[in-house]
Design a protein around this ligand. Structure first.
Ligand SMILES: *Cc1c(COP(=O)(O)O)cnc(C)c1O
Length: 469
Protein backbone atom coordinates (compact mmCIF):
# COMPACT_ATOMS: atom_id res chain seq x y z
CA UNK A 1 0.00 0.00 0.00
CA UNK A 2 1.27 3.45 -0.95
CA UNK A 3 0.24 6.70 0.71
CA UNK A 4 -0.43 10.10 -0.86
CA UNK A 5 -1.15 13.63 0.34
CA UNK A 6 -4.60 15.23 0.23
CA UNK A 7 -2.96 18.23 -1.45
CA UNK A 8 -1.50 16.37 -4.37
CA UNK A 9 2.05 15.30 -3.46
CA UNK A 10 2.25 11.85 -5.04
CA UNK A 11 5.72 10.76 -3.86
CA UNK A 12 4.93 7.10 -3.22
CA UNK A 13 5.51 6.41 0.46
CA UNK A 14 5.00 3.26 2.46
CA UNK A 15 3.41 2.97 5.89
CA UNK A 16 6.76 3.05 7.68
CA UNK A 17 7.73 6.23 5.84
CA UNK A 18 4.69 8.15 7.11
CA UNK A 19 4.46 6.50 10.56
CA UNK A 20 6.77 9.01 12.25
CA UNK A 21 5.69 12.00 10.15
CA UNK A 22 3.10 14.68 10.80
CA UNK A 23 1.81 16.67 7.84
CA UNK A 24 2.89 15.86 4.30
CA UNK A 25 5.51 18.32 2.94
CA UNK A 26 2.80 20.13 0.95
CA UNK A 27 0.77 20.70 4.13
CA UNK A 28 -1.77 17.96 3.36
CA UNK A 29 -2.66 14.82 5.30
CA UNK A 30 -1.62 11.31 4.34
CA UNK A 31 -4.19 8.81 3.07
CA UNK A 32 -3.82 5.38 1.47
CA UNK A 33 -3.88 5.42 -2.33
CA UNK A 34 -7.14 3.43 -2.12
CA UNK A 35 -9.35 1.73 0.45
CA UNK A 36 -9.03 -2.07 0.23
CA UNK A 37 -12.48 -3.59 -0.27
CA UNK A 38 -13.78 -6.15 2.17
CA UNK A 39 -16.25 -8.55 0.58
CA UNK A 40 -18.89 -10.79 2.18
CA UNK A 41 -16.70 -13.92 2.44
CA UNK A 42 -14.00 -11.84 4.18
CA UNK A 43 -16.51 -10.40 6.63
CA UNK A 44 -17.77 -13.93 7.32
CA UNK A 45 -14.22 -15.08 7.98
CA UNK A 46 -13.47 -12.14 10.31
CA UNK A 47 -16.66 -12.53 12.34
CA UNK A 48 -15.71 -14.32 15.52
CA UNK A 49 -11.99 -13.50 15.35
CA UNK A 50 -10.51 -12.29 18.65
CA UNK A 51 -9.88 -8.52 18.60
CA UNK A 52 -6.09 -8.76 18.11
CA UNK A 53 -6.50 -11.15 15.15
CA UNK A 54 -9.08 -8.84 13.60
CA UNK A 55 -6.68 -5.93 14.09
CA UNK A 56 -3.92 -7.90 12.40
CA UNK A 57 -6.14 -8.68 9.37
CA UNK A 58 -7.21 -5.06 8.92
CA UNK A 59 -3.79 -3.54 9.52
CA UNK A 60 -2.20 -6.01 7.10
CA UNK A 61 -4.29 -4.50 4.28
CA UNK A 62 -2.56 -1.15 4.86
CA UNK A 63 0.91 -2.16 6.07
CA UNK A 64 3.15 -4.16 3.75
CA UNK A 65 6.55 -2.96 4.96
CA UNK A 66 6.53 -4.61 8.39
CA UNK A 67 6.98 -8.41 8.37
CA UNK A 68 3.68 -10.14 9.20
CA UNK A 69 5.11 -11.98 12.21
CA UNK A 70 6.33 -8.69 13.72
CA UNK A 71 3.03 -6.89 13.11
CA UNK A 72 1.15 -9.82 14.61
CA UNK A 73 3.34 -9.70 17.71
CA UNK A 74 2.81 -5.94 18.12
CA UNK A 75 -1.00 -6.10 17.88
CA UNK A 76 -1.18 -9.03 20.31
CA UNK A 77 1.05 -7.17 22.77
CA UNK A 78 -1.37 -4.22 22.51
CA UNK A 79 -4.91 -5.57 22.41
CA UNK A 80 -5.16 -7.91 25.36
CA UNK A 81 -7.16 -8.25 28.54
CA UNK A 82 -4.30 -6.89 30.69
CA UNK A 83 -4.38 -3.54 28.87
CA UNK A 84 -8.07 -3.17 28.03
CA UNK A 85 -9.79 -5.04 30.83
CA UNK A 86 -11.85 -7.58 28.84
CA UNK A 87 -11.32 -10.16 26.13
CA UNK A 88 -13.84 -8.33 23.92
CA UNK A 89 -11.56 -5.21 24.22
CA UNK A 90 -14.49 -2.98 23.11
CA UNK A 91 -17.58 -4.73 24.59
CA UNK A 92 -21.14 -3.56 23.96
CA UNK A 93 -23.63 -2.59 26.66
CA UNK A 94 -27.21 -2.81 25.42
CA UNK A 95 -29.50 0.01 26.56
CA UNK A 96 -32.87 -0.38 24.86
CA UNK A 97 -34.17 -1.41 21.44
CA UNK A 98 -31.20 -1.50 19.09
CA UNK A 99 -29.34 1.16 21.05
CA UNK A 100 -26.00 0.12 22.61
CA UNK A 101 -22.82 1.67 23.95
CA UNK A 102 -19.49 0.40 22.61
CA UNK A 103 -16.82 0.79 25.29
CA UNK A 104 -13.59 2.29 23.95
CA UNK A 105 -12.37 3.66 27.25
CA UNK A 106 -11.14 0.75 29.32
CA UNK A 107 -7.48 1.35 28.51
CA UNK A 108 -4.89 2.77 30.94
CA UNK A 109 -6.08 6.41 30.80
CA UNK A 110 -9.83 5.73 30.61
CA UNK A 111 -10.35 7.45 27.25
CA UNK A 112 -10.67 6.11 23.72
CA UNK A 113 -7.34 7.63 22.68
CA UNK A 114 -5.66 4.63 24.32
CA UNK A 115 -7.15 2.42 21.58
CA UNK A 116 -4.79 3.93 19.02
CA UNK A 117 -2.03 5.35 21.18
CA UNK A 118 -1.16 2.03 22.83
CA UNK A 119 -0.48 0.56 19.39
CA UNK A 120 1.35 3.70 18.25
CA UNK A 121 3.81 3.38 21.16
CA UNK A 122 4.73 -0.14 20.07
CA UNK A 123 4.91 0.76 16.36
CA UNK A 124 7.17 3.75 17.14
CA UNK A 125 9.49 1.65 19.32
CA UNK A 126 9.66 -1.03 16.62
CA UNK A 127 10.34 1.35 13.73
CA UNK A 128 12.90 3.44 15.64
CA UNK A 129 14.69 0.25 16.70
CA UNK A 130 14.78 -0.94 13.10
CA UNK A 131 16.32 2.35 11.96
CA UNK A 132 18.62 2.74 14.95
CA UNK A 133 17.07 6.16 15.61
CA UNK A 134 15.63 7.97 18.59
CA UNK A 135 12.65 10.30 18.90
CA UNK A 136 11.83 13.02 21.39
CA UNK A 137 8.10 13.63 21.47
CA UNK A 138 7.15 17.19 22.34
CA UNK A 139 3.52 17.97 23.06
CA UNK A 140 1.11 20.24 24.89
CA UNK A 141 -1.93 18.93 26.71
CA UNK A 142 -4.83 20.13 28.78
CA UNK A 143 -5.48 16.55 29.87
CA UNK A 144 -6.56 13.57 27.75
CA UNK A 145 -4.10 13.49 24.86
CA UNK A 146 -1.03 14.00 27.00
CA UNK A 147 -1.82 11.23 29.41
CA UNK A 148 -2.70 8.79 26.60
CA UNK A 149 0.64 9.60 24.93
CA UNK A 150 2.62 9.19 28.15
CA UNK A 151 1.01 5.85 29.04
CA UNK A 152 1.68 4.64 25.48
CA UNK A 153 5.33 5.71 25.42
CA UNK A 154 6.38 4.96 29.02
CA UNK A 155 9.37 2.66 29.15
CA UNK A 156 9.63 2.47 25.34
CA UNK A 157 13.18 2.25 24.00
CA UNK A 158 14.46 5.14 21.90
CA UNK A 159 11.59 7.43 22.88
CA UNK A 160 11.37 10.32 25.33
CA UNK A 161 8.26 12.37 25.98
CA UNK A 162 8.33 16.06 26.94
CA UNK A 163 4.74 16.98 27.77
CA UNK A 164 3.82 20.56 28.58
CA UNK A 165 0.71 21.24 30.66
CA UNK A 166 -0.62 24.41 32.31
CA UNK A 167 0.68 24.39 35.90
CA UNK A 168 -2.12 23.82 38.41
CA UNK A 169 -4.89 23.93 35.80
CA UNK A 170 -5.56 20.29 35.03
CA UNK A 171 -8.08 18.43 37.17
CA UNK A 172 -6.61 16.74 40.28
CA UNK A 173 -7.29 13.36 38.68
CA UNK A 174 -5.52 14.28 35.42
CA UNK A 175 -2.52 15.69 37.31
CA UNK A 176 -2.30 12.54 39.39
CA UNK A 177 -2.58 10.35 36.29
CA UNK A 178 0.30 12.06 34.49
CA UNK A 179 2.56 13.16 37.33
CA UNK A 180 2.56 9.82 39.12
CA UNK A 181 4.42 8.19 36.22
CA UNK A 182 7.93 7.38 37.43
CA UNK A 183 9.39 6.25 34.09
CA UNK A 184 12.70 7.93 33.29
CA UNK A 185 11.70 8.62 29.66
CA UNK A 186 8.60 10.63 30.63
CA UNK A 187 9.09 14.34 31.39
CA UNK A 188 6.15 16.33 32.72
CA UNK A 189 6.77 20.05 32.31
CA UNK A 190 4.26 22.16 34.24
CA UNK A 191 4.30 25.55 32.54
CA UNK A 192 3.43 28.71 34.48
CA UNK A 193 0.64 29.78 32.14
CA UNK A 194 -2.49 28.55 30.38
CA UNK A 195 -2.89 25.81 27.76
CA UNK A 196 -2.39 28.29 24.90
CA UNK A 197 1.02 29.23 26.32
CA UNK A 198 2.00 25.55 26.26
CA UNK A 199 0.82 25.20 22.69
CA UNK A 200 2.65 28.38 21.63
CA UNK A 201 5.92 27.00 23.04
CA UNK A 202 5.47 23.72 21.15
CA UNK A 203 4.76 25.66 17.94
CA UNK A 204 7.74 27.98 18.47
CA UNK A 205 10.10 25.04 18.93
CA UNK A 206 8.46 23.24 15.99
CA UNK A 207 9.35 26.19 13.78
CA UNK A 208 13.05 26.03 14.69
CA UNK A 209 14.12 23.47 12.11
CA UNK A 210 17.73 23.30 13.33
CA UNK A 211 16.74 22.54 16.89
CA UNK A 212 14.10 20.07 15.74
CA UNK A 213 16.51 18.13 13.58
CA UNK A 214 19.36 18.23 16.09
CA UNK A 215 17.24 16.88 18.93
CA UNK A 216 14.99 14.68 16.75
CA UNK A 217 11.75 16.33 17.91
CA UNK A 218 8.47 14.72 16.83
CA UNK A 219 4.79 14.71 17.79
CA UNK A 220 1.94 12.26 18.29
CA UNK A 221 -0.98 14.41 17.20
CA UNK A 222 -4.34 13.22 15.97
CA UNK A 223 -3.52 13.62 12.27
CA UNK A 224 -1.22 10.59 12.42
CA UNK A 225 -2.52 7.99 9.95
CA UNK A 226 -1.51 5.04 12.15
CA UNK A 227 -3.80 6.33 14.90
CA UNK A 228 -6.71 6.53 12.48
CA UNK A 229 -5.97 3.07 11.15
CA UNK A 230 -5.95 1.54 14.63
CA UNK A 231 -9.39 3.09 15.20
CA UNK A 232 -10.86 1.48 12.08
CA UNK A 233 -10.65 -1.89 13.84
CA UNK A 234 -13.25 -1.20 16.52
CA UNK A 235 -15.91 -0.28 13.97
CA UNK A 236 -15.58 -3.83 12.63
CA UNK A 237 -15.50 -5.25 16.18
CA UNK A 238 -18.66 -3.31 17.09
CA UNK A 239 -20.40 -4.37 13.88
CA UNK A 240 -19.76 -8.07 14.52
CA UNK A 241 -21.05 -7.82 18.09
CA UNK A 242 -24.25 -6.01 17.04
CA UNK A 243 -25.20 -8.30 14.14
CA UNK A 244 -25.65 -11.97 13.36
CA UNK A 245 -25.30 -11.79 9.57
CA UNK A 246 -23.00 -9.86 7.26
CA UNK A 247 -25.79 -8.22 5.28
CA UNK A 248 -27.25 -6.30 8.22
CA UNK A 249 -26.55 -2.59 8.52
CA UNK A 250 -25.44 -0.79 11.68
CA UNK A 251 -25.41 2.95 12.51
CA UNK A 252 -22.67 4.51 14.65
CA UNK A 253 -22.91 7.69 16.73
CA UNK A 254 -19.58 9.36 17.50
CA UNK A 255 -18.78 12.19 19.95
CA UNK A 256 -16.52 14.31 17.77
CA UNK A 257 -13.82 16.93 18.12
CA UNK A 258 -10.96 16.75 15.66
CA UNK A 259 -12.85 14.34 13.37
CA UNK A 260 -10.35 11.54 14.06
CA UNK A 261 -12.67 8.96 15.57
CA UNK A 262 -15.47 9.37 13.05
CA UNK A 263 -12.99 9.59 10.16
CA UNK A 264 -11.99 6.02 11.05
CA UNK A 265 -15.69 5.15 10.71
CA UNK A 266 -15.68 6.76 7.27
CA UNK A 267 -12.68 4.59 6.31
CA UNK A 268 -14.40 1.42 7.60
CA UNK A 269 -17.55 2.30 5.62
CA UNK A 270 -15.45 3.05 2.53
CA UNK A 271 -13.92 -0.44 2.84
CA UNK A 272 -17.39 -1.93 2.56
CA UNK A 273 -18.35 -2.48 6.19
CA UNK A 274 -22.18 -2.23 6.13
CA UNK A 275 -22.49 1.02 8.06
CA UNK A 276 -25.67 2.95 7.39
CA UNK A 277 -25.38 6.27 9.17
CA UNK A 278 -22.35 7.91 10.73
CA UNK A 279 -23.96 10.20 13.30
CA UNK A 280 -21.60 13.02 14.24
CA UNK A 281 -22.23 14.60 17.64
CA UNK A 282 -20.71 17.91 18.74
CA UNK A 283 -21.06 19.89 21.94
CA UNK A 284 -21.62 23.66 21.94
CA UNK A 285 -18.51 23.95 19.75
CA UNK A 286 -20.52 23.01 16.69
CA UNK A 287 -18.19 23.70 13.74
CA UNK A 288 -18.84 20.24 12.33
CA UNK A 289 -22.59 20.13 12.97
CA UNK A 290 -22.82 23.44 11.13
CA UNK A 291 -20.94 21.95 8.19
CA UNK A 292 -23.10 18.85 7.91
CA UNK A 293 -26.26 20.97 8.05
CA UNK A 294 -25.15 23.74 5.70
CA UNK A 295 -22.08 22.82 3.66
CA UNK A 296 -20.20 25.72 5.27
CA UNK A 297 -17.04 25.05 7.25
CA UNK A 298 -16.29 28.07 9.41
CA UNK A 299 -13.30 27.86 11.74
CA UNK A 300 -13.80 29.58 15.10
CA UNK A 301 -11.42 32.01 16.79
CA UNK A 302 -10.24 31.29 20.33
CA UNK A 303 -12.74 33.85 21.74
CA UNK A 304 -15.53 31.88 20.04
CA UNK A 305 -14.32 28.50 21.32
CA UNK A 306 -16.19 27.65 24.50
CA UNK A 307 -14.96 25.74 27.52
CA UNK A 308 -17.55 23.04 28.07
CA UNK A 309 -18.13 20.07 30.34
CA UNK A 310 -17.09 17.77 27.45
CA UNK A 311 -13.68 19.44 27.11
CA UNK A 312 -12.07 16.94 24.71
CA UNK A 313 -14.53 18.13 22.07
CA UNK A 314 -13.79 21.84 22.56
CA UNK A 315 -12.25 22.50 19.16
CA UNK A 316 -12.14 25.53 16.91
CA UNK A 317 -11.24 23.55 13.78
CA UNK A 318 -11.16 19.82 13.08
CA UNK A 319 -7.66 18.69 12.17
CA UNK A 320 -8.68 15.46 10.36
CA UNK A 321 -11.57 16.97 8.42
CA UNK A 322 -9.49 17.53 5.28
CA UNK A 323 -9.30 13.75 4.81
CA UNK A 324 -13.06 13.43 4.45
CA UNK A 325 -13.38 16.49 2.18
CA UNK A 326 -10.69 15.03 -0.10
CA UNK A 327 -12.77 11.84 -0.47
CA UNK A 328 -16.00 13.82 -0.82
CA UNK A 329 -14.41 15.78 -3.68
CA UNK A 330 -13.60 12.46 -5.39
CA UNK A 331 -9.97 12.91 -4.38
CA UNK A 332 -9.51 16.18 -6.27
CA UNK A 333 -6.28 17.34 -4.58
CA UNK A 334 -6.20 20.69 -6.37
CA UNK A 335 -9.69 21.58 -5.13
CA UNK A 336 -8.82 20.33 -1.61
CA UNK A 337 -5.74 22.56 -1.59
CA UNK A 338 -7.83 25.57 -2.67
CA UNK A 339 -10.24 24.98 0.22
CA UNK A 340 -7.75 24.12 2.99
CA UNK A 341 -4.63 26.06 1.99
CA UNK A 342 -6.14 29.13 0.36
CA UNK A 343 -9.73 29.71 1.51
CA UNK A 344 -9.19 28.65 5.12
CA UNK A 345 -6.31 31.06 5.74
CA UNK A 346 -7.81 33.87 3.64
CA UNK A 347 -11.49 33.67 4.68
CA UNK A 348 -11.42 31.49 7.79
CA UNK A 349 -13.54 28.86 6.07
CA UNK A 350 -15.32 27.78 2.90
CA UNK A 351 -18.72 26.82 1.55
CA UNK A 352 -19.01 23.84 -0.77
CA UNK A 353 -20.77 24.18 -4.11
CA UNK A 354 -24.31 22.68 -3.95
CA UNK A 355 -23.29 19.80 -6.25
CA UNK A 356 -20.39 18.97 -3.89
CA UNK A 357 -22.46 19.20 -0.73
CA UNK A 358 -25.16 16.93 -2.19
CA UNK A 359 -22.67 14.05 -2.16
CA UNK A 360 -22.42 14.08 1.65
CA UNK A 361 -25.59 12.00 1.97
CA UNK A 362 -23.92 9.18 0.01
CA UNK A 363 -21.26 8.95 2.74
CA UNK A 364 -23.83 8.33 5.46
CA UNK A 365 -23.09 11.42 7.55
CA UNK A 366 -25.75 13.11 9.65
CA UNK A 367 -25.11 15.33 12.66
CA UNK A 368 -26.45 17.00 15.75
CA UNK A 369 -25.37 19.08 18.71
CA UNK A 370 -25.66 18.66 22.46
CA UNK A 371 -25.40 21.20 25.29
CA UNK A 372 -24.43 21.09 28.95
CA UNK A 373 -28.12 20.74 29.92
CA UNK A 374 -28.45 17.82 27.46
CA UNK A 375 -25.40 16.11 28.96
CA UNK A 376 -26.67 16.40 32.51
CA UNK A 377 -30.14 15.15 31.50
CA UNK A 378 -28.72 12.26 29.47
CA UNK A 379 -26.32 11.16 32.22
CA UNK A 380 -29.19 11.21 34.73
CA UNK A 381 -31.65 9.39 32.47
CA UNK A 382 -29.13 6.68 31.55
CA UNK A 383 -28.26 6.11 35.20
CA UNK A 384 -31.87 6.05 36.40
CA UNK A 385 -33.30 3.81 33.68
CA UNK A 386 -30.39 1.43 32.98
CA UNK A 387 -28.08 1.75 35.98
CA UNK A 388 -25.29 2.70 33.54
CA UNK A 389 -23.02 5.66 34.34
CA UNK A 390 -21.68 7.49 31.28
CA UNK A 391 -19.27 10.38 30.91
CA UNK A 392 -20.03 13.79 29.42
CA UNK A 393 -18.65 13.08 25.91
CA UNK A 394 -20.53 9.82 25.60
CA UNK A 395 -23.64 11.69 26.76
CA UNK A 396 -23.27 14.09 23.80
CA UNK A 397 -23.10 11.06 21.50
CA UNK A 398 -26.11 9.37 23.06
CA UNK A 399 -28.20 12.54 22.98
CA UNK A 400 -27.60 13.03 19.26
CA UNK A 401 -27.89 9.27 18.51
CA UNK A 402 -31.46 9.29 19.81
CA UNK A 403 -32.40 11.90 17.19
CA UNK A 404 -31.28 9.57 14.41
CA UNK A 405 -32.23 6.07 15.63
CA UNK A 406 -33.99 4.04 12.97
CA UNK A 407 -36.41 1.21 13.63
CA UNK A 408 -34.73 -2.11 12.90
CA UNK A 409 -31.15 -0.78 12.60
CA UNK A 410 -28.78 -1.19 15.56
CA UNK A 411 -27.23 2.10 16.72
CA UNK A 412 -23.86 1.88 18.46
CA UNK A 413 -22.84 4.94 20.48
CA UNK A 414 -19.07 5.05 20.92
CA UNK A 415 -18.22 5.52 24.59
CA UNK A 416 -15.12 7.73 24.52
CA UNK A 417 -14.27 8.17 28.21
CA UNK A 418 -15.18 6.84 31.64
CA UNK A 419 -17.15 9.08 34.03
CA UNK A 420 -14.32 8.92 36.61
CA UNK A 421 -12.52 11.60 34.60
CA UNK A 422 -15.35 14.13 34.87
CA UNK A 423 -16.43 14.02 38.50
CA UNK A 424 -17.85 17.56 38.70
CA UNK A 425 -20.53 17.03 36.02
CA UNK A 426 -21.34 13.54 37.29
CA UNK A 427 -21.89 15.09 40.69
CA UNK A 428 -24.13 17.75 39.20
CA UNK A 429 -26.20 15.14 37.35
CA UNK A 430 -26.38 12.36 39.93
CA UNK A 431 -25.47 13.91 43.29
CA UNK A 432 -22.79 11.29 43.78
CA UNK A 433 -19.19 10.58 42.87
CA UNK A 434 -18.39 8.60 39.71
CA UNK A 435 -17.22 5.02 39.96
CA UNK A 436 -13.48 4.61 39.57
CA UNK A 437 -11.67 1.45 38.38
CA UNK A 438 -9.91 -0.26 41.29
CA UNK A 439 -6.44 0.27 39.83
CA UNK A 440 -6.89 4.05 39.94
CA UNK A 441 -8.21 4.43 43.47
CA UNK A 442 -5.95 6.64 45.54
CA UNK A 443 -3.71 7.79 42.67
CA UNK A 444 -3.91 11.34 44.08
CA UNK A 445 -1.75 10.12 47.00
CA UNK A 446 1.10 8.73 44.88
CA UNK A 447 4.43 10.57 44.68
CA UNK A 448 4.63 13.02 41.78
CA UNK A 449 7.34 13.66 39.24
CA UNK A 450 7.17 16.97 37.35
CA UNK A 451 9.18 20.11 36.72
CA UNK A 452 7.75 23.63 36.87
CA UNK A 453 9.06 25.99 34.18
CA UNK A 454 8.13 29.55 33.18
CA UNK A 455 6.21 30.05 29.91
CA UNK A 456 9.43 30.55 27.98
CA UNK A 457 10.40 28.47 24.93
CA UNK A 458 14.14 29.00 25.56
CA UNK A 459 13.91 27.39 29.00
CA UNK A 460 11.97 24.44 27.59
CA UNK A 461 14.65 24.03 24.91
CA UNK A 462 17.36 24.05 27.58
CA UNK A 463 15.46 21.42 29.56
CA UNK A 464 15.23 19.19 26.47
CA UNK A 465 18.95 19.61 25.70
CA UNK A 466 19.99 18.62 29.19
CA UNK A 467 17.67 15.59 29.31
CA UNK A 468 18.44 14.05 25.92
CA UNK A 469 21.04 11.38 25.53
C1 LIG B 1 -10.40 13.13 21.87
C2 LIG B 1 -11.75 12.85 22.43
C3 LIG B 1 -12.94 13.02 21.66
C4 LIG B 1 -12.92 13.57 20.24
O1 LIG B 1 -12.38 12.68 19.33
P1 LIG B 1 -11.88 13.17 17.88
O2 LIG B 1 -11.15 12.03 17.32
O3 LIG B 1 -11.01 14.36 18.13
O4 LIG B 1 -13.10 13.53 17.11
C5 LIG B 1 -14.15 12.70 22.24
N1 LIG B 1 -14.23 12.25 23.51
C6 LIG B 1 -13.11 12.08 24.27
C7 LIG B 1 -13.28 11.61 25.66
C8 LIG B 1 -11.85 12.36 23.76
O5 LIG B 1 -10.76 12.20 24.54
Amino acid sequence: MKYLSTRGDKTPLGFSDILLEGLAPDGGLYLPAHYPQVDAPTLARWRGLPYAELAFEILSLYIDDIPAADLNRLVHATYNVQTFGSTAITPLTRLEGGLSLQALSNGPTLAFKDMAMQLLGRLFEYELGRRGEELNILGATSGDTGSAAEYAMRGKKGIRVFMLSPHGRMSPFQQAQMFSLQDANIHNLAIEGVFDDCQDIVKAIGNKLDFKRRWRIGTVNSINWARLLAQVVYYFAGYFQATTSDTQRVDFAVPSGNFGNICAGHVARSMGLPIGQLVLATNENDVLDEFFRSGSYRVRGSAETLETSSPSMDISKASNFERFIFDLLQRDAARTAVLFATALSRDGGFTLAPAEFERVAGFGFVSGKSTHADRVATIRDTWQRFGVMIDTHTADGLKVARQHVRQGTPMLVLETALPAKFAATIHEALGREPERPAALRGIEDLPRRFTVLPADAAQVERYIETHCG
